[in-house]
Design a protein around this ligand. Structure first.
Ligand code: ADP
Length: 274
């Protein structure tokens, strides 16, 4: 069984209008999944269904073998699925960084000695060891969001769900957070599900899921997804910058290996211009 199994899930807030409709999704351990879709398509709701914050009206969500319908599993699921939200200011609870990171494990009843180890691990994973005794409110947006991620990592989750977690950050802060998340995925094998509207953040994912009107409209590798330019635009989504460049180069007659270019391919294609 996959680490996260979403089976025929439907959900509504008012018991009338379904905002998630018959969604099926299997996420394997270590995958990096990007979820995209226009505003109101149901992405955040899906994130809340992943960690049991909302329960499906129909269907099943199983995390590492634990069903969200089973009251006794709540605790196990919360430990396994950490969610980082958009606004870091709403996620930081303490006036000193280390207390903030300790908050989650303390609530889970982790022994004092182990909490110290977890703070060390989490702060070092996000590159914020030096800020252990700092005041969160005095940090930059990117630093605050890295502390929010450390708070989630201190619970040792198997799945990290990022719900537009870079949306309020400047480009530098966004890069800091993305670098940390990529490293966690590659080195610690943390499974990542990143909801984003920055198409550039999607390109390196293993798999992209496009949500439209509460349904999975498309699923595939970034190259497979962005090759369907008109379909993507039809869902109200932008193409990544590199796909626009590829489109323009093709119009100029430059032959390309792919519709999505990495930096080297882009440089080669530009050099091929006469
Ligand atoms: P997205 O994250 O893609 O912007 P959401 O999951 O936030 O989409 O919202 C999906 C739909 O559910 C929207 O129509 C939104 O208005 C509605 N919705 C979201 N949160 C609530 C809520 N707490 N109560 C009622 N409706 C909600």
């Amino acid at each position: 069984m996959a680490l996260l199994e979403v089976q025929n899930v439907s959900f509504s807030y008012d018991k009338l209008n379904k905002v998630i409709k018959n969604v099926c999704l299997s996420v394997e351990e270590g995958e990096y999944i990007a979820v995209i879709g226009h505003n109101g398509s149901g992405k955040s709701t899906l994130a809340k269904l992943f960690n049991g914050l909302q329960k499906p009206d129909e269907g099943e969500v199983i995390v590492d073998g634990f069903s969200v319908h089973d009251k006794k599993s709540e605790f196990e699921i919360r430990k396994r699925v950490g969610v980082v939200f958009q606004n870091p200011d709403n996620q930081l609870v303490a006036s000193i960084v280390e207390d903030d990171v300790a908050f989650g494990p303390e609530n889970l009843g982790v022994p004092r000695k182990e909490i110290g180890e977890r703070i060390n691990f989490a702060l070092s994973a996000v590159g914020m060891e030096k800020f252990r005794h700092a005041t969160p409110t005095r940090l930059s947006g990117g630093q605050k969001q890295r502390i929010a991620i450390a708070g989630v990592l201190a619970l040792k989750p198997k799945i990290l769900v990022l719900d537009e977690s870079t949306a309020m950050l400047d480009p530098k802060g966004r890069k800091e957070v993305l670098d940390v998340v990529n490293k966690l995925n590659k080195e610690q094998k943390v499974t990542v599900i990143a909801i984003t509207h920055y198409m550039e953040e999607v390109i390196d994912a293993d798999r992209v899921i496009v949500i439209n009107d509460g349904e999975i409209a498309l699923s595939g590798t970034p190259r497979e997804i962005f090759a369907q330019k008109d379909v993507i635009k039809g869902y109200g989504l932008e193409l990544p910058f590199s796909a626009y460049i590829a489109e323009k180069l093709k119009q100029k007659g430059v032959s390309l290996k792919s519709d999505i270019l990495d930096q080297t391919e882009l440089a080669e294609a530009l050099c091929a211009l006469k």
